[in-house]
Design a binder for this molecule. Structure first.
Ligand SMILES: Nc1ncnc2c1ncn2[C@@H]1O[C@H](COP(=O)(O)OP(=O)(O)OP(=O)(O)O)[C@@H](O)[C@H]1O
Ligand SMILES: [Mg+2]
Length: 239
């Protein structure tokens, strides 16, 4: 029995790790001259936060997203995802981490045009080891979360842009990731469809999902609970 238990207090528990923790992270691209696209970035994102990262073209947004999504490695510095150091992980381990803990949403949707909405979402769990019937149930549940239960049998090609992006969001959340990473998620959408996607992000945030939205659009950035600016590869917290 510990001293704390003797006095009737719960033992001190380890705090949950940050979902994302970057320490002095740099990404340089070789060239003449070389480009330092990320410069000693420090960033800590806790579970349940909704963070936007805003910056102009060429400021390093995609570079940062690729590193956060384990699609690229930093030149130096540390990236811990959910407390797991990713720098020393093998490609196979990184791929497993990516599949299990990260959901992606891109500007261009990237849906398979000849597969139904339901199939598009189910394909995200193809290699999860989960039985097909269960995968189908989870996909239907994810489509319900994005308010597309009435479109499961449609092909993406007949959907509106906003509906397509909501399918992409369902695909991103179907495997219950720790974090949703979105790169210009409303970049191809008109105002009405953008509003639908941003409303959906609010709902997912309210459900406890951690969201990181990368954008050059101040209106999109303003919707987040916390805003970070990126300028020439340097991150600054906005008030
Ligand atoms: N593979 C690469 N090789 C060399 N330079 C690169 C490479 N990728 C990106 N860069 C440079 O790094 C900087 C940041 O690029 P990045 O794509 O991250 O910008 P961005 O903020 O996403 O811009 P945009 O809003 O136009 O998408 C740019 O100056 C770019 O030219
Ligand atoms: Mg970019």
């Amino acid at each position: 029995m510990t001293v704390l238990e003797v006095f009737g207090e719960a033992p001190v528990e380890e705090p949950a790790p940050a979902v994302i923790e970057l320490a002095a992270l740099t990404r340089a691209f070789p060239g003449d001259p070389p480009v330092e696209a990320l410069h000693a970035a420090d960033l800590r994102i806790e579970r349940g936060e909704y963070v936007s990262i805003i910056g102009p073209s060429g400021s390093g947004k995609s570079t940062l997203l690729h590193i956060l999504g384990l699609l690229d490695r930093p030149t130096s510095g540390e990236y811990l995802l959910d407390g797991v150091p990713t720098g020393t992980a093998s490609e196979r381990e990184r791929s497993a981490l990516r599949g299990g803990r990260i959901g992606f949403v891109f500007q261009a949707f990237h849906l398979l045009p000849h597969r139904s909405v339901l199939d598009n979402v189910m394909l995200a769990t193809l290699y999860s080891g989960v039985p097909r019937a269960e995968r189908r149930d989870r996909a239907l549940e994810a489509l319900d979360r994005v308010h597309l239960s009435h479109r499961t049998g449609f092909l993406p090609t007949v959907l509106s842009g906003g509906e397509r992006q909501r399918v992409a969001v369902a695909r991103a959340v179907v495997a219950s990731p720790r974090v949703l990473l979105a790169d210009e998620p409303t970049g191809n959408l008109d105002t009405t469809n953008s509003a639908g996607v941003l409303d959906l992000f609010d709902e997912l945030h309210a459900d406890g999902l951690t969201l990181v939205v990368i954008t050059h659009d101040p209106a999109v950035s303003a919707r987040a609970q916390r805003r970070v600016r990126i300028s020439d590869g340097t991150l600054t917290e906005l008030a």
